[in-house]
Design a protein around this ligand. Structure first.
Ligand SMILES: [Cu+2]
Length: 382
């Protein structure tokens, strides 16, 4: 509402200003000054120099932006293919930067050089084949090179050797959370379909499928360092996009189909936290949080906890009202820690069994799925 009022006030101010200039023009009628609507040499000169002014603004703002926000892009990639993605990205940036700097200079310089002059006629110039060939071929070859390099990098990244030893994990997207399913000892995921969704079985796994017997469902994802993880994505409702910024990986999650992406993590969470750039970044975030905490405490509210870095899986497709908060913590462990983490996990089949036994003792006879899941976990741990 406030912003609407501000907009209305701004519009009214603009209208008032416009009316005032009109009145001012009317007061000048009959005076000796040049009231012609055609630009004279003086006007053209001013416009010509303004062109240079704008060029200077562009350059100064670009340098300012690089200095102020240049540290914000993602830093060290945490996956094997990440360096390849970053190289492609950096080449593209450098190319764009150089071409932009030169073409803007030429554009503004020529606008100044060929500004209007009294009695000067424009030269009629039909075409120049040499020039046209030059400015068509150079961008075409550059772009083709860039695209071919991109395709080559993409094919390399997406290729998974069938004989390669990988870990298969399903990521299930729904408004607004992620759930992971580990393929278990056989490393094959059991079939799944939305029709099988019932109670604890929130991913719709076909519990009769032999491959599903050892599948494990988790809400916090752990993966081991140095081993290729093959992710298979499904979506329950709308389009989502699985985005692992630190691993330079992103893939759409499409209802009705399975999409894939595989990568090999190269830093454990603990190692990544120790990178000098990350230590500095976390210290800066905590400085800001400490300041904000003081304000909050002064208002009688609880302060903020200090931040520690964690890898995240985010949703990168605007999928609804809580899209911004659709995330899952991803922990990269050493292979030994990964084994330890995996050791006490219960299979989905056992969870379902436990949940079916539970309501029998339950007077109400029906337990909500979350409660059932917790209950099944409890039974399993015992
Ligand atoms: Cu989403």
């Amino acid at each position: 509402m406030t912003s609407l009022l501000v907009i209305i006030v701004l519009v009214l101010l603009a209208v008032a200003l416009w009316q005032l200039t009109k009145i001012f023009d009317l007061t000048q009628v009959g005076s000796s000054s040049d009231s012609s609507q055609v630009a004279n040499d003086k006007d053209n000169n001013i416009q010509g120099y303004l062109m240079f002014g704008f060029l200077a603004f562009l350059y100064v703002f670009t340098i300012y932006g690089l200095l102020t926000w240049g540290n914000l892009p993602l830093h060290t990639p945490a996956s094997e293919h990440g360096t390849e993605v970053d190289r492609l990205m950096n080449i593209t940036w450098v190319l764009i930067f150089v071409v932009q700097a030169i073409t803007q200079l030429l554009l503004h310089y020529f606008a100044f050089k060929y500004k209007g002059k009294k009695d000067q006629k424009a030269l009629y110039f039909a075409d120049n084949n040499k020039l046209e060939a030059l400015w068509s071929i150079i961008p075409a070859v550059t772009l083709a090179g860039l695209i071919l390099y991109g395709l080559y990098a993409w094919t390399n990244i997406m290729f998974v050797d069938e004989d390669e030893d990988t870990i298969v994990i399903e990521l299930y997207a729904q408004q607004f959370k992620w759930t992971a399913r580990l393929a278990g000892e056989d490393n094959v995921l059991g079939k799944a379909n939305v029709r099988y969704i019932e109670g604890v079985n929130t991913l719709g796994v076909d519990l009769a499928d032999p491959n599903a017997q050892d599948d494990i469902v988790v809400t916090e994802l752990h993966i081991p360092k140095g081993k290729k993880v093959q992710f298979k994505f499904r979506s329950q409702d709308v389009l989502h996009s699985a985005y692992f910024p630190h691993f330079r990986a992103q893939m759409n999650c499409v209802p009705g189909m399975v999409t894939e992406f595989a990568f090999t993590p190269t830093y454990t969470t603990a190692e990544y936290r120790e990178l000098p750039y990350m230590i500095e970044k976390v210290a800066h975030i905590n400085e800001l949080r400490a300041k904000q905490s003081l304000d909050l405490i002064a208002k009688g509210q609880p302060g903020l906890d200090p931040y520690t870095f964690d890898y995240l899986l985010l949703c990168n497709k605007i999928c609804g009202s809580s899209h911004y908060n659709m995330q899952m913590k991803v922990v990269v462990d050493t292979p030994e820690d990964y084994k330890k983490w995996l050791a006490d996990k219960t299979t989905l089949v056992n969870e379902v069994k436990a949940s079916l036994e539970k309501p029998a003792d339950d007077a109400s006879g029906e337990a909500k799925s979350n409660d059932t899941l917790a209950a099944a976990n409890e039974v399993a741990v015992k």
